[in-house]
Design a protein around this ligand. Structure first.
Ligand SMILES: [Zn+2]
Ligand SMILES: [Zn+2]
Length: 300
């Protein structure tokens, strides 16, 4: 057994589970009844409840094998994944409170939605996919806005979106599709569209971030507390670059909220075990990466 496999078995033991134990039949439970009663945004439109129940994967509690920053798979002794160690070191002001709503694998249903909702062609699929993501975002924030505020030491003044790496896919749309979607969310507070823009003169790759990769369009950011949003988190290079840009402009980036933390189960054995363990647990709106994690989740 390799050291990484041992760490994952320790995680399973700590959490009272086993990586080798199959999930209980019918264990996916979305707390549908509770949410339907408490929020006007219907989980039943376009079958969102059914979709989210099967497409979302819960964020495991912190422990050995889980990155304390992005809550992905970590095989390093530091408790953070290689991507976070790298992306946080590449910028002067990284944000260490990353709040993913769900894990997502590249071949999974949530991942397909996270890609397709941004395509420029309009149609029933795009409308349906946007509804899924809006429902997911809004119900999550309804339940866990206070968790983020508590962990960050206060609530945010405004929210903004990390600019797209492929704006040509949006076609004639002037807003990032996530901005259009988040602007309809009831629990996100004030959204500032177009606050960040891509600086095309500075390269930005999956594993290479830079605080100059983005520019701030609004110069009056000093002292503003910001919630940074993105749809997917793969290595963190983009969102940490954007967080650093905002901080250099005088803002305080309280947290980064991402819909899907991408996990590639085929990356290595430990990631495969991490995914197997996480995906065997039911997704629920009643827990988030903060309220079921130790209070030291912001520590670097
Ligand atoms: Zn990480
Ligand atoms: Zn919570």
């Amino acid at each position: 057994m390799t050291p990484s496999e041992q760490r994952y078995l320790m995680t399973a033991s700590t959490l009272g589970g086993s990586f080798d134990r199959p999930p209980a039949a019918g264990s996916k439970d979305l707390d549908t009844a509770m949410i339907s009663q408490s929020s006007p945004r219907s989980l039943h439109v376009h079958g969102a409840d059914r979709f989210l129940r099967h497409a979302c994967t819960p964020i495991p509690p912190l422990g050995p094998g889980t990155c304390r920053i992005c809550h992905g798979s970590a095989s390093t002794r530091s408790g953070a994944c290689t991507s976070c160690l790298q992306s946080c070191a590449q910028v002067p002001h990284p944000c260490r409170l990353i709040v993913p709503i769900s894990l997502t694998e590249p071949s999974g249903r949530l991942h397909r939605v996270l890609i397709e909702y941004k395509r420029s062609h309009r149609g029933p699929d795009r409308e349906r996919f946007s509804h899924y993501l809006l429902t997911l975002l809004d119900h999550f924030l309804e339940g866990h806005h206070h968790c983020i505020s508590r962990a960050a030491g206060g609530s945010w003044d405004l929210a903004c979106v990390v600019p797209s790496t492929s704006p040509e896919l949006h076609g004639v749309d002037t807003l990032h599709p996530l901005e259009a979607l988040a602007g309809r969310a009831e629990h996100i507070g004030r959204l500032e569209p177009g606050l960040l823009e891509r600086n095309p003169q500075v390269p930005l790759a999956h594993n290479h971030g830079s605080p100059r990769a983005y520019r701030v369009a609004n110069p009056t950011l000093a002292g503003k507390r910001v919630l940074l949003l993105d749809d997917t988190f793969t290595t963190g290079a983009r969102i940490q670059s954007a967080a650093s840009t905002l901080s250099v402009a005088g803002a305080q980036v309280l947290a980064c909220l991402v819909i899907g933390r991408v996990i590639n189960p085929f990356f290595d054995a430990s990631t495969r075990r991490f995914w197997t363990y996480a995906s065997a647990r039911p997704f629920s709106f009643s827990a988030c990466s903060i309220c079921h994690s130790p209070s030291d989740s912001r520590e670097a």
